[in-house]
Design a binder for this molecule. Structure first.
Ligand code: 5GP
Ligand code: ZN
Length: 110
């Protein structure tokens, strides 16, 4: 499949991994928008937030249980979690991902 994040999961494209298990992967964003900026993704190819269903939504809870553990390890008690769905919202990679941004005073955002 021509999906950059599936290729990262498969190890075909290198990434700076923070955490991995059977269901999810966390790795640093290649173009950080904050002092700390990593992405958390399901290993299953879900195209975006609009494609979350009762059948695949368990992984979302797992991601949100994992984020505070990673934040604790990285020493970032204050963080922002963002997902962009659709091109007008800024989605450029069509594999569901949660941006975790931290490491200083973040600018205002909805
Ligand atoms: P989006 O714009 O879809 O919400 O977020 C996609 C994010 O993926 C962007 O912040 C972009 O910098 C990041 N990204 C795109 N390609 C790669 C890559 O090959 N490796 C890593 N680590 N991040 C990437
Ligand atoms: Zn994918």
């Amino acid at each position: 499949m021509d999906c950059i994040f599936c290729k990262i999961i498969a190890g075909e494209i290198p990434s700076k991994k923070i955490y991995e298990d059977d269901e999810i992967l966390a790795f640093y964003d290649i173009e950080p928008k904050a002092p700390v900026h990593f992405l958390v993704i399901p290993k299953a190819h879900i195209p975006g937030a609009a494609a979350v269903t009762p059948e695949n939504s368990n992984v979302i809870a797992h991601i949100f249980e994992t984020i505070p553990k990673l934040a604790g390890k990285l020493g970032i008690p204050h963080f922002r979690v963002v997902t962009n769905n659709g091109e007008d919202a800024g989605q450029t990679v069509h594999h569901l991902h949660f941006h975790v941004l931290a490491g200083g005073k973040l600018g205002e955002m909805a």
